[in-house]
Design a protein around this ligand. Structure first.
Ligand SMILES: [Zn+2]
Ligand SMILES: [Zn+2]
Length: 482
């Protein structure tokens, strides 16, 4: 109204050009620049700016700390700022141009501003400042413009992830959560999460105890850096391909080692022994008290007591296709035993069974740490049957073995003889032996564990009468004691 009246007066005075030039775009009184933080990025939203009735807005201009970073069309009133420095407060301003090429920004009423400070952790969003469209086709909270779809992850301004896939690397964690942190405040970027390379996240809580002074001295079940390194290597060397062209799975392990990893902790318990197992009252209470709720669906939870079920000699328990496990090695917690058992129990969480896709145990040609034959000694690397210390799941490369007609000169691989019937002779004729001692003879098959693990199973809810199936393990074998 004011503008129309002013315009009329102006025309009467015959100084049109002078006063039109003075009527620059102006934001309505009380206008604010709204910000919505996306970790290293921030979405800004502004109201329509007012212009004279004979003009239109042609574009909005975005500045950061007084320097122009982008212009967007007049139809746009929201965009995502990229390239702000980590851990530093930046001032973001929006101004406008009208169809008379007048800029609003040299008058206070033509500028709206807000501040934003990206987290100091994580990989930031690069140094190229821009304000990109908010369009997010796959709903992973990353604007399409930063999902550069190919190559290696750079930072939140160039993620290499696919704008049409919410979980580009298929690890069960959405691209936006891996790049920006979760909406529940879990700082996955600070932990090294990557949207184009598979991650596997595990939290370890442990007990200290002196439960069996006759067998072992006072000790802690806290993971050691050496044990964690063995687990990390087992996954990092996996023959699993990633969108960024690498192979392997990158472990995110929290055993309270500091930095971004403060979730793993000692659990105070008089004897280090818990009643019940996975999903039992003690397990549930300890998990509830020690596992941050914003890790649910992302982290596997590993409880490391001395024993569970009070007097059980079981080395562990785990959900199949789930997120919960117990590793309980009482007096036999060497790095190798613990690492192998962690990878075994986690294999159950990832959907594997003692025979891969079946429960059939001790198949000599199922060359996986999931097989009891190879859990503690590690898998076979020289075709002689006994394990050789390599901690891994199976690649499914071994030929089937027909227990009704075993060829000893074929062995399990590479033609290395195996004396299946233990008669101290490599028989020329086929022999019939129940080699996995399960009371019957059948065709035993290998299984490609690595091609079939389900990293997204971590999203399955914890054990309950209606939750995942739970596997209970054998005692630590005598060969692994000491
Ligand atoms: Zn113990
Ligand atoms: Zn098992």
């Amino acid at each position: 109204m004011t503008r129309t009246k002013l315009l009329g007066t102006t025309l009467a005075m015959g100084v049109v050009a002078v006063l039109l030039a003075a009527c620059k775009p102006t934001f309505p009184a009380g206008s604010t620049l709204a910000t919505s933080g996306l970790g290293p990025l921030v979405t800004i939203t502004w109201p329509t700016i007012d212009v004279d009735t004979d003009k239109v807005v042609t574009e909005y201009r975005i500045d950061v700390d007084g320097s122009e970073i982008a212009r967007v069309s007049a139809a746009t009133r929201s965009c995502v700022v990229v390239g702000l420095p980590k851990g530093t407060t930046s001032t973001i301003s929006v101004t406008a141009y009208d169809s008379a090429a007048q800029w609003s920004g040299d008058q206070a009423t033509g500028i709206i501003s807000a501040t934003y400070a990206p987290p100091s952790t994580g990989s930031g969003s690069g140094t190229a400042k821009s304000c990109v469209p908010t369009t997010d086709t796959d709903g992973d909270r990353l604007p399409n413009a930063v999902e550069t779809n190919g190559g290696t992850y750079q930072h939140a301004g160039a993620t290499a992830s696919n704008p049409n896939l919410a979980d580009t690397d298929g690890d069960g964690i959405k691209d936006g959560d891996e790049v920006l942190g979760t909406t529940a405040g879990l700082d996955l970027p600070a932990m090294g999460a990557n949207p184009v390379k598979k991650n596997l996240a595990m939290e370890f809580d442990w007990f200290d105890d002196n439960a069996e002074p006759g067998t072992c001295s006072a000790h802690s079940h806290r993971p050691t850096a050496g044990m964690i390194a063995k687990v990390a290597t087992a996954y990092s060397t996996a023959p699993v391909s990633n969108p960024d062209g690498t192979t392997g799975i990158s472990l995110i392990a929290d055993y309270g080692q500091g930095g971004a990893f403060t979730g793993g902790n000692l659990i105070a318990d008089a004897d280090g022994v818990i009643a019940g197992g996975v999903g039992g009252t003690d397990f549930t209470a300890y998990k509830s008290a020690n596992f941050a709720s914003n890790r649910a669906g992302i982290f596997h939870y590993v409880l490391m007591p001395h024993r569970y079920n009070t007097t059980s000699t079981s080395s562990g328990q785990a959900e199949i296709n789930g997120n919960d496990m117990i590793v309980s090695l009482y007096c036999y917690g060497s790095d190798q035993n613990v690492a192998n058992t962690v990878v075994h129990e986690n294999g159950h969480n990832l959907g594997l069974r003692h025979g891969g896709n079946v429960d059939t145990n001790y198949k000599p040609n199922y060359n996986s740490v999931m097989n009891y034959q190879y859990q503690f000694p590690g898998i076979d690397t020289n075709c002689t049957v006994p394990g050789d210390g390599l901690l891994s799941y199976s690649v499914g490369a071994r030929a089937s073995l027909n227990e009704n007609a075993l060829i000893e000169t074929d062995g399990i691989c590479s033609g290395v003889d195996v004396d299946w019937n233990a008669n101290s002779v490599i028989d020329a004729a086929a022999v019939s032996v129940d080699i996995n001692q399960d009371g019957g003879k059948s065709v035993l098959s290998d299984y490609n564990d690595w091609a079939n693990i389900n990293l997204a199973a971590v999203t399955n809810a914890g054990a309950s009468p209606f939750g995942p199936e739970v596997v209970t393990e054998q005692p630590v074998p005598v060969s692994a004691q000491g």
